[in-house]
Design a protein around this ligand. Structure first.
Ligand code: NAD
Length: 434
């Protein structure tokens, strides 16, 4: 299949690479010339485990190419995937202007039947808008089919998620497009992990509902963690206890420093706005968002318990990315926490295995350290914001020797409180005894 993938970000680049690895001829288009020039040289703009190897292999075998020429991409392809960004606008609604601009190009340059697949997360009704724009930009009537194919990949696990998805959701109306989408995805579907065909609007809503449900679980557990801190109780035991209920399941029950990233915060807010626009008071989603904001801020209160006066103090931060195994800093809780600490006069030394280059563009006046031990040297406290696996295996006795005052505020519950106490740390975590 000849496929054009428009937008080479986390989703577009991973989808394009996996689609090429599945034997398709893929041309990737982006407006960002620098990104495309780098990709042509094999330089990947993001950190995503496994992506570079897969991309190099498919580039060598000439199944994937990169260009800024959208006309060529559209005209040489049978299927066009749209994977451009949909960031929040000033009103917290999804800004779909990049999708609309791509739709204009598709209408303008279309030279034969195409299947146009939207992978970007966009409000219900967007695919119909795409169709209208394409039609209005066509010089002559050319047939096309529209497909909503929301993406559920998680950064850090994106290759695995794309090639072994829990489900593939496809919203469409045409039998021809259904045959084409089936031939693209049939190799990935399993009996228990099916391709789910549905109507277009439901497909668009499934993506928002899915992210909003996951965010709801996190905020619920964070609120329970607040209660544990007041009345006693261990949020990890509670997560285990409720997770053993097969109706609930064990995943996505971790309390912590709040969710971040390029999806949950914006998608929760955007879905709430869609509800409001349709006369529904988004009570649950408003609360989910509020609890998350509170949770991010609560880490500062915990830090103050151990370091009451922050002015002039050195604080080490481990973890900057919004979650492990990515360099994505969008809406990362570390941003708010570091900025608040700086406002209170603290000096920040930070370490993240992958996100430091991205962080440097966002967070100034931070000493970025090459290793986690150097970050804690001479500090008054260590704050853990992202649960990178390597933090679990570090030499905590060495940390104790290097840090000025043995204060650890663990926003991700990666250590056991009693072990930390035994090691002589003043240890505060989330929703657990300390
Ligand atoms: P991103 O910001 O990383 O990448 C978007 C890319 O689109 C950028 O490279 C940008 O230059 C390019 N672009 C913008 N306008 C363009 C245009 N007119 N023509 C060509 N290229 C254009 O975004 P992302 O994280 O890959 O997300 C893309 C979409 O997928 C969003 O709607 C997001 O909500 C959704 N999504 C993201 C994830 C994730 O984990 N990041 C997961 C599932 C769904």
């Amino acid at each position: 299949m000849k496929i054009c993938c428009i937008g080479c970000g986390y989703v577009g680049l991973v989808a394009a690479t996996c689609l090429s690895d599945m034997g398709n001829d893929v041309i990737c288009i982006d407006v960002d010339k620098n990104k495309i020039n780098n990709l042509k040289k094999g330089i990947i703009p993001i950190y995503e485990p496994g992506l570079k190897d897969m991309l190099d292999r498919n580039t060598r075998e000439k199944r994937i190419a990169f260009s800024t020429k959208i006309k060529e991409g559209i005209q040489n392809s049978e299927v066009i995937f749209i994977a451009v960004g949909t960031p929040p606008d000033v009103n917290n609604c999804a800004d779909i202007s990049a999708i609309i601009s791509v739709a204009e190009n598709i209408g303008q340059y279309m030279n034969g039947y195409k299947v146009i697949v939207n992978k970007s997360t966009a409000p219900v009704g967007t695919l119909e808008k795409i169709g209208k724009v394409i039609k209005s930009f066509q010089n002559k009537r050319i047939k096309y089919d529209l497909v909503s194919n929301p993406e559920f990949m998680r950064e850090g696990e994106a290759i695995k998620d794309f090639t072994n998805p829990d489900r593939i959701v496809i919203g469409l109306q045409s039998e021809k497009a259904k045959r084409i989408m089936t031939s693209i995805y049939s190799g990935l579907a399993r009996t228990d992990k099916p391709i789910m065909f549905t109507d277009i609007r439901s497909a668009e809503l499934i993506k928002y509902a899915s992210n909003a449900m996951l965010a709801t679980r996190i905020s619920f557990m964070n609120e329970m963690a607040q209660l544990c801190e007041k009345v006693g109780g261990d949020i990890k035991a509670i997560a285990k206890g409720i997770g053993l209920d097969s109706r609930i399941g064990p995943r996505f029950l971790q309390a912590g420093a709040g969710y971040g990233g390029s999806c949950f915060p914006k998608d929760v807010k955007a879905l709430a706005e869609i509800m409001k626009a349709n006369g529904i008071e988004a009570k649950i989603l408003t609360a989910v968002d509020e609890v998350n904001e509170l949770q991010k801020r609560s880490l500062i209160e915990k830090i103050k318990k151990l370091v009451p006066v922050l002015k002039g103090k050195n604080i080490a931060i481990w973890g900057l990315a919004f979650k492990p195994k990515t360099d994505d800093m969008r809406e990362a809780p570390s941003i708010l926490i570091i900025q608040q600490l700086q406002e209170l006069g603290a000096k920040i030394k930070a370490f993240d295995p992958e996100a430091q280059e991205t962080a440097k563009k966002i967070l100034q006046d931070v000493t970025y350290c090459d290793d986690p031990y150097f970050a804690v040297k001479g500090c008054d406290a260590l704050v853990i914001v992202t649960e990178w696996n390597e933090f679990r295996d570090l030499d905590l006795k060495k940390v104790k020797r290097l840090i000025k005052h043995p204060n650890i505020i663990d926003g991700r519950n990666i250590y056991e409180p009693y072990e930390m106490e035994k090691l002589g740390f003043n240890y505060i975590c989330v929703g657990r005894k300390y």
